[in-house]
Ligand binder design. Sequence first.
Ligand SMILES: O=c1[nH]cnc2c1ncn2[C@@H]1O[C@H](CO)[C@@H](O)[C@H]1O
Length: 444
Amino acid sequence: MPDPKYRDALIQIEASMQTGGQVVLDEDEKRLNSRLLQMKQKEVMRADFPPAMHFFKARDLIKESPLFSLLQKVPKGAALHVHDLAMVDVEWLVKNVTYRPYLYMCFTNSQSIRFIFSSEWPKLLPYCSPWVLLEKLRATTINSTELDDSIKRNLTIFTDLDPDVLYPTQDVIWGRFEQAFLAVLGLVSYAPVFTDYYYQGLREFYTDNVMYLEVRALLPEHHDKTWALKTYQEVTKQFTADHPDFFGARLIFTVHRGVNSTVMASVVEEAMKLKREFPDFMAGFDLVGREDQGRPLWYFRNELSLPSDRGLQLPFYFHAGETNLEGSEVDQNLLDALLFNTSRLGHGFALLRHPVAKELSKKRGVALEICPISNQVMKLVDDLRNHPGAALMAEDHPLVISSDDPAMFGSSGLSYDFYQAFVGFGGLRSNIGTLKELAMNSIR
Ligand SMILES: O=c1[nH]cnc2c1ncn2[C@@H]1O[C@H](CO)[C@@H](O)[C@H]1O
């Protein structure tokens, strides 16, 4: 028989290596911990265990879970991976935006909708029906709840239908996802809405006990980008003044990775200029959109080298490894992001298959922004107990949990993702130390 003492020692060493293993707990935390672990034990035993199910089917189960209520109250540190157009519950958008005057709507060829605020009849879009003034449509619609519901369905990919039937492949779900973003864009890019929208976004995270945010923002063209950044900054200041215990927010300026190198060069120029104008408020730069369909980082190596060629500061926060196409060009993004000195890695879902990138990111303390619900909904993993985060957490790889696009996935703030990480890939052993370390990682 192996020596039980030796076995105990090994178990202890392993536990101390796992995320949270080295966190010191005070007496209150220890008491809370035993309650937390009892609750988790119960959750794990249930037949309809949420991390094993698609989030769309699991959401209401999670919502009713006592462990989830507790996680909502726990301070979760910072949300470091959140996209501008998916911060706010669509319910709010429908109630607070679509009833405003001067809002026009049209129906696209690809079964989506578009919006625009305009004082006069807007120009026709080639792929859309003629514009209708929403106020007028409402006046002639008998069932306004139905109209609101159908608008809502177009602003999110969350659904009550079977998600695997509605979205059978990654292509289908990414298609619907991008359509929903375009629908939201028309609602929020109108200046008066934009300020209210962003304030509400901060409120949703603040209410969920998140103290700081980094928002990846496209800064659409309707006004110039300096205006957009300034407005973001002012609203953040206002929110922090209204909620003094809120720490604040910064922006990561992003561009869609579908652009060509000429556009990329000018966007990087713009990013450098904005970084000079907003040295504190602007955190850095990133590329967004589906990695598998966009060009890899290496394709843009010349453009992305502009800042360092000129000796200018433009920190990168690259999405990388949000793919399961192992060995593809795009699969190289993880290593390339690190070679470009990325400050963090967005998703890093593919990291386990890249031992060198894994070693490098660990050594340099480059944290992964893990977004469990997003990875499940966008079909990178079915059962969240199998998320690569499980192995990375066990190895004490630097990581933070984030929610990516809560409004698109029907979640909100950070708590749903914390729940999935805590009971899903955290396994039975993850404890209050794990939560504490995750929160601390996010504010380091
Ligand atoms: O998980 C993601 N990976 C890559 N891009 C994303 C993800 N979520 C949202 N966006 C991108 O962000 C833009 C809005 O800011 C959307 O157009 C979408 O393409």
